[in-house]
Write a protein that binds this ligand. Sequence first.
Ligand code: 4AD
Ligand code: MG
Length: 464
Amino acid sequence: KVTLLSDIFLKKKNINTVILINGWVRNRRDSKSGISFLDIYDGSIVTTLQVIAKNTLSNYVTEILKLTIGCSVKIVGKLIHSLHKKNIYELKAHLIQVIGTVSSPKSYPMSAKRHTLEHLRNFCHLRPRTNIIGVISRIRNTVFYTLHKFFQSKQYLWVATPIITSINTEGGGDMFKISMLDTSNYELNKKIKNFKKKFFNRSAFLTVSGQLTLEAYACSLSKVYSFGPVFRAENSNTKKHLAEFWMLEMEKAFTTVKKISNFSEILLKHVIQKVLEKNSLDLSFLKKYIDNNIFIRLKKILNINFFHIEYKEALDILLKNSHLFSEKIFWGIDFNTIQEKYLVEEYFKAPVVIYNYPKNIKPFYMKLNSDEITVSAFDILFPLVGEIIGGSEREDRFSILENRMKIFKETQKDYHWYQDLRKYGTIPHAGFGLGFERLILYITGLNNIRDVIPFPRSVGDLKF
Ligand code: 4AD
Ligand code: MG
């Protein structure tokens, strides 16, 4: 039976027994006295296990002395407490079986030298072998699992919303269009234009959000959430935007925007708490190489109340400090990155929840307030990453929705089913979308969103 390194270092299993481990070589040092020290990793934990290989092993000269970084091995040996301060445990090898060698160690892209994250992006298939991507992957996993668990524990039902859609939920021209390709028949491929029409008999896109279909389920099952990839053909080549990212969306019946924004604050803190509990070694690694302040930063978030303000108040703050910004500031603007950064990092020095945005800068589905110029929206802005959550109360009044759709030039034909939800037993309901990678970016303290998703897709970049 294989022992994982996390069983050893976290659960302290199998000490002083003979075990089998599978893994890869991170490093090899040889002493003059005929002993080699191998650092082995298996991905279950950031820590490597030091393996002692003596020249009495039958393949010592033929194989062990040739091991280079990246080689894969199976090792049987006795796990003991280490006498050296640096290592807690070490494995005295009885048998080392080399499974895969590295064909040309000199040109192996993941060589021992430290690479920049930017350089690693050229090797998305090999970069999970680095410590940093291992750390991020384990944190992603904790966050993914914690989000599901949190909603499940609160009796929310998970709903699979479709990826192929005919509508543009968020408005604007930022969708990917899909078409059909018959790869088995070249002649048919040439007639691809006809095919496109034939399959759905209408244009089809990759979804930007599952929200509207999730609403259909909230309007009967009361508490629902979805969690999956969404797609945006936004032409914004920034460190915070991906063309494919994961979004957790929740939708709740008979509720208000204030209630769900408070709920989302609890959710975000809960997730950060769980990462602090489960990924302390990973965070220690990040503290050393990415953000020296990481523990203080994350713990501080747990203990502060987010600031809750109106769009109007945020605007007034910016207006009072307008000399700091090059763009003109006036009622109706959508705050840009610099303005958001100022509010969160300079002015409040804490996450900020902003309510009641001008109706013209938000999608048609948001509930119109009684002032008739704002909608009952909320955005949660975080330090380092900006908007992490966007949500709103939904327009549940049929005639107002119809009117708003006309203004946004949304057709009745596309949204008749959405309007039905208001025709038959309408209810006040609200929901939000949480940008999964934005949250990971915040937690890890990394700078570029391309480094917190395994295979990033962004403008002009589809390497893998
Ligand atoms: O604010 P957004 O566009 O909201 C919606 O899509 C709503 N339908 C959600 C809902 O109410 N159910 O996106 C939600 C979140 C943003 O707050 C941001 O964190 C993230 O998704 N996000 C992105 N993350 C990475 N790359 C992008 N291009 C993103 N665009 C939005
Ligand atoms: Mg938004």
